[in-house]
Structures are given as C-alpha cells and as structure tokens.
Design a protein around this ligand. Sequence first.
Ligand SMILES: [Cu+2]
Length: 167
Amino acid sequence: MISTVRAAGAGLLLLTCVAPLTAKSAAPADRYQLIKVIARDYVYDAPSTVVAGITTIQLINQGADIHHVSVQQLPAGKTVKDFFDATRNGGSAPAWSRSVGQTAIIPNGAEAFITFRMPPGRYILSCLIPASDGRSHVAKGMYQVITATASAAERSTRAPAAVKRPA
Ligand SMILES: [Cu+2]
C-alpha cells in the first residue's frame, strides 16, 4: 500500500520534471554560442550583436584592476541612457532591469564563465565594481550593449505560426 503511494508520487515528480525540459529542448532558441569578453581598465572588448540562444560568456581579465561582468536585460521602453542614469549613483543596476546573472570577480590574467538563456532583446554588460577613486567601473565606461537577434531558423518557424493563430 505504501509502496503504491510512493510509486504514484515518483511518477508525478517525473512528469513535472521532464515536461518543461522537453518543451524547451524543442525550441529553436536552443542554439548555443560562446561570447568572449576581454576586460581592460576600464573597457570591455565584446561583440555588439549576437544571435539569441543559450549563451556562455567567457570573461578574460587583461586589466590591472579586478573586474567582472554583470548582465542585465533592458525591458521594452527603457533606454541605455535610462540604465546609466539609474546606475550613476550607487553603482548598482536599477530594479526595473532584468538581472540575468554575473560572473565571479577576477584578477588580472584570470578568466570566469557564466551561462544563461538569452532570448532576443537588448542586454547591458557592465562592471559594477568601485574603483580606487570611488567611481564604479561602469561610470568610467566599462560596459557593452549587446543586441540579441532571433536566429533565421526561429524567424522562419515563427512567421507561419503567427499567421495560423486565431485572432
Ligand atoms: Cu571592472
């Protein structure tokens, strides 16, 4: 009797775990890419446009100071200027931006990685660490805006679906 209940419970658990993974693995957004980001004092060398998908950022610190990468997604209706106006005081990302994650803080010569799902949209990579003069690295220009665009495969599968959808 008890073992039957346990088996049913395990079955339910299996269903709830497997279903979301199956749905996501079928999505065309599961393209994978590596983005190399070079950190210097106080600037990033990184691409400005990428294709949406599962993304790993490889941060390499070639500066003398310590650095990291904090990734924020800009919501619709917010500009890059809005982001910097909000971060100018205090050096932290504004609450309205979607925090995707951040790498470890690393010294010169080290590297760090962060992996996340990157849907189409605008992202800001920034270093929120304060420098010795009290200003945050992002205030000194250490940021990169990246636009993630839908892949060609995604665009071609989305268009017919949108036409078929009833109003
Ligand atoms: Cu920095």
